[in-house]
Design a protein around this ligand. Sequence first.
Ligand SMILES: C=C(O[C@H]1C=CC=C(C(=O)O)[C@@H]1O)C(=O)O
Ligand SMILES: [Mg+2]
Length: 469
Amino acid sequence: MVTIHETELKEKILLGITKAGELNRPILVSEVNKVEPTEPLAFFNNGNEAFFGERFYWKNPEGSLNIAGVGIAAQLSSEQAEGRFSKIDRKWKQLIQDSIVSTPHHAPGIGPLMFGGFSFDPLKEKTALWSKYPEALFHVPRFMLTMVDGDVYVTTNVLCTKHDDVSLFYKVVAERDSLLKEDEHLAVGKTAPLKGMTEIKPAEWKKSVTEAIRQLNMEGLLKKVVLARELRLFFDKKVETGTLLQNLESEQKTSFIFSFESGGDSFIGASPERLVQKHGKSVQSACLAGSFPRGKTDTEDRQLSSQLLNDEKNLAEHQYVVDMIRNALEGACEQVKIPDKPSLMKIRDIQHLFTPVEGVALDTTSLLDLVERLHPTPALGGLPKQLAVETIRELEELDRGFYAAPIGWMDYAGNGEFAVAIRSGLIQGQEASLFAGCGVVANSDVESEYVETRLKFRPMLSALGGTIE
Ligand SMILES: C=C(O[C@H]1C=CC=C(C(=O)O)[C@@H]1O)C(=O)O
Ligand SMILES: [Mg+2]
């Protein structure tokens, strides 16, 4: 049980209500309290009854930052295709500019923060699958538990309007107390039994890969295109997302673990791929493309690793990503440092070619500028960017929604981090869709690409109690 001895929130909310009247717009009031160690996943689970559909969850691969958001104080969204990144950036800056923030604690990820993401391609025709997720969607949580390097903080965010009164304070404190006083039971065990699964149109998918290979061999501009497909799962009961997150955490220890709820659906994943992190001026990104299976024994695994590091097709697939990320960041950074050769990232179900990227941002560069420049990298779209996205729009049957797009957070100081939402799935009650794609280049082989996508379904499928060869 966590107790917060309230000091200033009431005063600040009353101030917020007055300011909202003066400026004639809602004012965000935010307070941070340090609390006894509490698991963010337990806090997330405590919100299951009262706040289902209004939560998010985030854990970085290093395990140094773990955030759970419950409830929605404010929502920022965009249905526009053009300028959606800068629109969200502007809306966030406006909200923060007038806000009243009360905190003696300063670190990326505590205090007012928005969590959410963007769709992969706003110009792709939409299906019912992603009806709960617009082209850009961010939530400022009502309550947020952040664990930073082992210390735990609760942020309370209240959006005050001129019509509110002091009862708002009592309501918020009662909600927060009930969230924090719940028995912090960690969900353990199994998710709902898996009843069946269907690969969505695998033959059509292979045909589009064949067509992409044909186009890549035409001596045109297109160098690489990433094509993805869907696996639909059916369960006996509603999937417990808290349990799913716990399974992902224990099975995918070095990945970003994320969940973002909207209107009753949950978009969840264990992504190994950082799109970009910005802390102050320091920028980190990563190139992750080129894949081989893991070996069954150490010897076989080492053999596969050395083959991957020397495989021409995978090295080409990887190099396109390195070149594009260098280009994208050079316009927004003073310095960009990238090693000459890739190393390996080995995760439970697969191994990848990996090149880390470091930069120093220009003073004028915001995190969402970097996201816009990078999305989609050739690990998710292809090369050249525009042509690859158009090719995907035409050849791929899947409505990607938030799959393969940026997901993450940005705080009031402009710090934040976005992962690429791969190894992910959309949970819809008793059903789920998992997504996996692969980088197709001129000398790709259709059958091997198909097998590669099967490997990429595994992290989510295993955490949901399924298997695929
Ligand atoms: C598009 C996906 O993976 C990307 C990231 C790493 C390796 C990839 C590859 O080797 O094809 C993909 O570019 C996915 O997992 O759905
Ligand atoms: Mg590949």
